[in-house]
Ligand binder design. Structure first.
Ligand code: GTP
Ligand code: MG
Length: 693
């Protein structure tokens, strides 16, 4: 591939809801650009970007893929992003290194949650310009006009069609071209070819009026264009070029296109317009960085002549090959063989070989320059989110803030001896995908993996299974219930042992009382007189602490009470640390049992975003989970429900929500507080604990 200057490189995220046709659109673009000789299909697993076995099996993208093509003297790096909301970590990674979001929507549906998500991240977090592509206009249910008006209602008047289908549906071949005021007639043989003709009658009027509206929209940010338009009564495509580019880059215009990715209709004209007018890498004037280690915000130049600053947005670990780090060069250049610096980890690195990437293929590149995206193999200690820069410049790009997990599973190797393989596997998967995490929980005594949904977790665990040839057992994580008391109580306990050897003696008198939620265990002593040597106070406290850690009713941590050790007895010879620990522990157990103990359960705040038609089902389900709805809001076509739900009923919520909304909903969860458990529920937990002993 020839080398392109920064001005001629465009990095695009193809993102949107699942099954909107992003992968097929990428495939038709690669076909049109002659990168591939035949178009593959996601149905039979033959596309360039869905190459991983788990993607082929699921017929969905599950990890972002990088492909590239050349069109009209531009190099386009396409990031094909999975649309299932569980994979939103991949979306964030892609947006971080893109110049523009191409939001793909299925024209047979309304705006779906995956499209909302991509829009809001690109708008709020990354401030990216956008293009919108309405796909599947060959489908008999395609409703371009309805979806266009939903988009205008939702995102405002900057949404404007540059193309519209004329004979929408199965026989689609004609598309209106608003820029040229022509009708494009596409061949139906998937070749992507088309001829352009002048429009007549009503269609000519429609094109004229849309064209004029478009010019006014573009000229809002360019007075000279508006004047030229009023002088001549029209503007040629070339005259519009600068204005179009500026309007899209500034967000004043979000052009809407229509295509059938699968039938390769409309795609070539879309590619032309992208190459001619899309925001590109050269538009970035300055990069916002943080200087290391002072953490001050600094600006850095973005040209090839500035020093190297690049960002690793993805890591893929390939068996027998090693780790492949994907990065975007934001400034400067990196050549194969360069010694560089990982600023995030303050480590030197060597870029042995840099590559261009096309799905699962790599091509040697002698260098990658500012604006380009590529990959390097086997970096020593570089991870997703790291900045690689010139040694002399200690600058970092802000790492991505990935979403919190919403699904947890406890995992263990099915066979003894596989613990280490599982641990290595978990760490590799986390390295590849920062939204997949794991921790060994000492309280629950389980290894807990977390992620953004059941498909996400299963995909990562299945990959560990096949890579290491191990079986993994999965179960629901234990719930960290808490035990506490509801009334004051006291106890006196004498520990005495005199059989054989030296004796043991200690007597502890204590009072306990409930305290405020969140206070933990507050131990104090109010001893008076000389009944007990003060040196035994820590022994009593230790005995009580052990009892609190182990739990009394159901093996759960004891919280929110005050303990006062106020008196006791000792023996001049037989009293010692251990005797007072045991006496303290037993006195506490006795006092606790008579203080009307109860269980507390963790409550999570959840926020659920769903299409309106699912509201009834979701509300019913939240009550069935003992949840309490705290408020509802409308956001476009979506309902936002805020609720509090016990953690025990959230374990499968991601899966249930997916089933109830056919994948059109999403939710987030955050720990809120501990709350009294209903007696019947707490009795269940206590009996399960007793049965397990
Ligand atoms: N009729 C029609 N079907 C299409 C078109 N594009 C894609 N499809 C079909 O829609 C399904 C989903 O297409 P994909 O390209 O895998 O969708 P995606 O957006 O990449 O989906 P995710 O990877 O899950 O985000 C496949 O069965 C395609 O054959 C199109 O233009 N017209
Ligand atoms: Mg896909």
């Amino acid at each position: 591939m020839k080398e392109y200057t920064t001005d001629n490189i465009i990095n695009i995220s193809l993102a949107g809801h699942a099954s909107s046709g992003k992968t097929m659109l990428a495939e038709s673009m690669l076909f049109n650009a002659k990168v591939i000789r035949e178009m593959g299909n996601t149905k039979n697993g033959t596309t360039v970007s869905d190459y991983r076995d788990y993607e082929i099996e699921n017929q969905h993208s599950m990890s972002l893929s990088l492909v590239n093509y050349e069109w009209m003297d531009k190099k386009i790096n396409l990031l094909d992003v999975p649309g299932q909301t569980e994979f939103q970590g991949e979306l964030l990674s892609a947006l971080k290194v893109s110049d523009v979001l191409a939001l793909v929507l299925n024209a047979t549906n309304d705006i779906e949650v995956g499209a909302e998500l991509a829009w809001s991240y690109s708008q709020n977090q990354f401030k990216l310009p956008k293009l919108i592509i309405l796909n599947m206009i060959d489908h008999d249910q395609s409703k371009f006009d309805n979806l266009l008006s939903s988009l205008k209602d939702r995102f405002g008047r900057s949404i404007f069609p540059l193309m519209f289908p004329i004979n929408e549906g199965e026989n689609i071949c004609d598309i209106g071209d608003v820029l040229r005021k022509e009708i494009m007639s596409f061949k139906t043989d998937s070749s992507g070819s088309f001829s352009a003709n002048k429009a007549e009658g009503d269609m000519a009027n429609k094109l004229d009026s849309l064209h004029n509206e478009l010019i006014e929209l573009i000229a809002e940010s360019d007075d000279s264009l508006l004047e030229a338009f009023f002088d001549k009564g029209e503007l040629s495509e070339d005259e519009l070029r600068g204005g179009l580019h500026a309007a899209i880059s500034g967000g004043n215009l979000v052009p809407v296109f229509c295509v059938s990715g699968e039938k390769n209709i409309g795609v070539k004209r879309l590619m032309d317009i992208i190459s001619k007018y899309s925001p590109c890498a050269g538009d970035i004037q300055k990069i916002n960085c943080i200087s290391s280690p002072s953490k001050e915000e600094v600006e850095h130049g973005s040209t090839i002549n500035d020093s190297l600053c690049s960002y690793v947005f993805k890591t893929i670990s390939e068996q027998h090959v090693g780790e492949l780090s994907f990065f975007r060069v934001f400034s400067g250049e990196v050549k194969s063989g360069d010694d560089v610096h990982n600023v995030t980890r303050n480590q030197s690195e060597k870029m042995r070989q840099v590559y261009y990437v096309l799905g699962n293929q790599r091509k040697d590149a002698s260098r990658l320059i500012a604006g380009d995206i590529g990959a390097a193999l086997k970096l020593k200690d570089t991870h997703t989110g790291d900045t690689i820069a010139d040694q002399s410049k200690q600058i970092m790009l802000t790492p991505i803030n990935y979403p919190s997990p919403c699904m947890y599973l406890a995992v263990s190797p099915a066979s003894r001896g596989d613990e280490e393989k599982l641990a290595i596997g978990l760490s590799i998967m986390h390295e590849e995908d920062p939204t997949f995490s794991y921790r060994v929980d000492p309280e629950l005594k389980q290894t807990i993996v977390s992620g953004t949904g059941d498909t996400h977790l299963s995909m990562n665990l299945n990959r560990i299974k096949s890579r290491f040839g191990i079986d993994i057992s999965k179960e629901s994580p234990r719930i960290p219930y808490r035990e506490t008391i509801t009334s004051p109580s006291n106890a006196k306990y004498r520990h005495k042992k005199q059989s054989g050897g030296s004796g043991q003696f200690a007597e502890v008198w204590l009072k306990i009382q409930p305290s405020v939620r969140g206070d933990g265990v507050d131990f104090s002593q109010s001893l008076s007189g000389q009944n007990v040597d003060r040196g035994f106070v820590p022994s009593v406290e230790k005995g009580i602490n052990i009892a609190c850690e182990d739990g009394i009713m159901a093996g759960c941590r004891v919280v929110d009470l005050k303990i006062d050790f106020y008196d006791g007895k000792m023996h001049p010879v037989d009293s010692n640390d251990m005797a007072f620990q045991l006496a303290g522990r037993h006195a506490f157990l006795d006092a606790f049992k008579s203080a009307k103990p109860k269980l507390l359960e963790p409550i999570y705040k959840i926020q659920v975003k769903i299409p309106e038609d699912c509201t009834g089902d979701i509300m019913g389900d939240i009550s069935a989970r003992r949840g309490k709805v705290g408020g509802m809001d409308t956001d476009g076509n979506f309902q936002i429900i805020n609720a509090e739900v016990p953690q025990v009923h959230l374990h499968d919520y991601a899966t249930a929500l997916k089933a109830m909304t056919s994948g059109r909903g999403m939710f987030s969860q955050d720990f809120s507080h501990y709350q009294d458990m209903p007696v019947n529920e707490s009795n269940k937990v206590v009996s399960e604990f007793e049965a397990s002993r």
